[in-house]
Design a protein. Structure first.
Ligand code: SIN
Ligand code: CO
Length: 381
């Protein structure tokens, strides 16, 4: 049986021991990976980033510091906005740049020591000298790759929901940042910051670019809401509330412990199906961070194209598998176990991988193509 080739060469960060990092630092403490990407050439410049920030479907922000205050402007921006910015103390940030620029997406492979479905997106910032987004903490893990220029990062205290914030609801900045460590980053240096760890990065040169490889960590509140909707849509449980064994009421309006336990038991039973939970979680964790572009070939054209054109994972696509289930961009596909595993780690399929009838089912490849998870080399011609 022919299988898709594993994704592009397994890339390793330099000066980095993934097993030691996961055992000691991951989700615990910041870690500097000095020259993790030696001789790094930044895959994007300020002009590219400004171009993306003018696009309708792309999430972008400008943060400008004036004295002790930070101001937020949300994109998309008119082209001439960039000409009227001050010479210093501003930052342009663009989310999910890996969904638009292949060379930025390519950086994701350096983080293959973590599950693919944990990756959220790569945000890129361009910072004028002195620019920064203010002292803050994030709710998720992030690797800050210095793309170009120099940036001084200060690491502060551990934060949580009780941490005092400044009176600026748009920007969740800290009222009292206590610097505990400091690192000056140059191109190819990487700084890992765990969730809840205060940080503050100030550009010390022109053309300072930071690429933030961010990981997804849905809030339990959001997971509950999503699970409720998923379970409701599957209508797995026709059960309704029924009374436990009851006695005649003495307090007419009272909700008894037994009634509450009954409601709890019914709800637990409704979500206590491991298969359903797996389907829900796989779909939740593979939602895209940026919109997909559905393929335009019809089924016949697509099948013909498979004979002599490569297919690729589309930029921004998100994949995972569990057993025989493949999850892609928030959808589930049932495959054989080997195929689900192989497809969930692929980047590119050559015609030789897919023409033999006992390889990948063409109908599933076509669905993936139609939904924009796959693209075909023919589309680019
Ligand atoms: C930035 O790139 O300017 C901000 C990144 C961060 O602090 O998370
Ligand atoms: Co941050």
């Amino acid at each position: 049986m022919r299988l898709p080739k594993p994704s592009a060469s397994k890339a390793l960060l330099a000066n980095f021991d993934a097993a030691a990092f996961l055992a000691e630092d991951w989700q615990r403490q910041p870690r500097l990976i000095r020259q993790g990407l030696p001789e790094f050439e930044c895959p994007i410049d300020g002009n590219d980033l400004a171009g993306l920030a003018c696009e309708e479907d792309i999430d972008s922000r400008l943060i400008i510091q004036q004295g002790d205050q930070w101001h937020l402007e949300s994109g998309p921006f008119a082209e001439d906005r960039f000409a009227s910015l001050p010479v210093s103390q501003w930052t342009l940030l663009v989310q999910a740049v890996d969904a638009f620029i292949p060379e930025v997406a390519d950086l994701n492979r350096f983080f293959r020591f973590l599950p693919r479905w944990r990756q959220q997106d790569i945000m890129v910032s361009y910072t004028a000298p002195g620019g920064n987004v203010g002292p803050h903490f994030d709710q998720y893990d992030v690797f800050l790759i210095q793309g170009s220029g120099q940036r001084r990062w200060q690491i502060g205290q551990r934060c949580d929901t009780t941490t005092a914030l400044r009176n600026n609801p748009q920007l969740q900045l800290m009222a009292d940042f206590q610097c505990q460590q400091e690192f000056l980053l140059g191109p190819g240096d990487i700084l890992y910051i765990p969730p809840g760890c205060a940080h503050w990065g100030i550009a010390e040169s022109p053309d300072c670019i930071t690429l933030s490889v961010g990981f997804r960590a849905p809030a339990v509140d959001d997971m509950l809401q999503d699970l409720g909707q998923f379970v409701g849509e599957q209508s797995v449980s026709p059960a309704r509330y029924t009374d436990p064994l009851i006695k005649p009421t003495t307090h007419w309006g009272e909700i008894s412990d037994a009634a509450l336990a009954q409601a709890h038991q019914l709800l637990s039973a409704a979500v206590n199906d491991p298969r359903q939970l797996s389907h829900w979680f796989g779909q939740l964790m593979t939602h895209r961070a940026a919109p997909a572009f559905p393929g335009e070939l019809d089924a016949t054209q697509f099948s013909a194209a498979l004979a002599d054109h490569a297919v690729f994972l589309a930029l921004g696509a998100r994949l995972a598998f569990r057993g025989t289930d493949l999850f892609a961009d928030g959808e589930m596909y049932q495959l054989g176990e080997v195929h689900a595993d192989a497809l969930a780690s692929f980047c590119r399929l050559e015609p030789g991988d897919i023409i033999s009838p006992n390889t990948l089912p063409h109908d599933i490849l076509f669905q993936l193509y139609q939904r924009g998870t796959l693209t075909c080399a023919l589309d680019d011609e």
